[in-house]
Design a protein around this ligand. Structure first.
Ligand code: ZN
Length: 241
């Protein structure tokens, strides 16, 4: 698309996110974000898109027993934040997605997705809360959904996943599957489960040194594509786990 189109879309999204922000009683920008450098790529008119707010009642109620559980040591409501995030979908159309992450990383995460959006170089198929999938990670992955918070055990079942703390994000799981001991999840990710298959740039595929890995590196998050024994190409986390 031309830069004029892009500018128009940017303005439209800015007003959309502004209108959305006004809908919340408490807007918490200032206390959330550690100061980050502005994005390095993209036109200067492109700024952070999205809003950060406390979790609205309606969403919090829906999370109960789904992505949040009273008896599992999940973070308190005030430790989490609800984000609206602009992204370009697989048809390169601008969309507003939603995501929940830890309050302590909300500003950083907004900056990451702003970098990705402004690059116009990486598309995300969809971005819905895990609650739309009844908290099921496999259903979310099968639907190629990009998501953050989900208070759940790891696949091995022996500890809480980093997603439980709102400090991990999965992006386009089909194009960026989890690969371990000959198993690829989701199964639809098999065309993308070896380095060789991932060599050429393909829509939605995360590759070393691209805008996605660089944006997360700037906030010091680690990529599951760099894991030594298994690979979790969709997964970024602050702890590296
Ligand atoms: Zn993950």
């Amino acid at each position: 698309m031309s830069s004029v189109d892009f500018k128009a879309i940017t303005l439209a999204l800015l007003s959309a996110s502004l209108m959305f922000s006004i809908g919340f009683a408490r807007i918490t920008y200032a206390d959330e974000s550690r100061k980050l450098e502005p994005m390095v790529s993209g036109p200067k008119t492109c700024r952070a898109h999205g809003a950060i707010s406390p979790i609205p009642d309606e969403i919090w109620n829906r999370m109960q027993g789904v992505s949040w559980h009273a008896d599992m040591g999940c973070p308190a409501r005030d430790q989490l934040r609800y984000l609206r995030i602009a992204y370009l979908d697989f048809k390169q159309q601008p969309k507003m997605g939603e995501m929940i992450v830890a309050r302590s990383v909300a500003g950083d995460v907004r900056a990451v997705f702003s970098d990705i959006f402004c690059s116009r170089n990486f598309m995300i198929e969809k971005m819905k809360l895990i609650d739309h999938f009844d908290g099921s990670d496999s259903r979310s992955m099968n639907d190629n959904n990009t998501s953050g918070f989900n208070c759940r055990l790891t696949a091995s079942g022996n500890r809480l996943s980093e997603h439980s703390f709102g400090k991990a994000i999965d992006i386009n799981p089909v194009q960026n599957p989890y690969v371990s001991r000959g198993t690829t999840l989701p199964v639809a990710g098999q065309p993308y489960d070896t380095l060789k298959k991932r060599t050429n740039a393909q829509q939605g595929v995360i590759r070393d040194g691209d805008v996605v890995t660089r944006a997360f590196a700037r906030i010091n998050w680690k990529w599951g594509g760099d894991w030594q024994y298994s690979k979790d190409y969709q997964h970024f986390s602050s702890s590296g786990r």
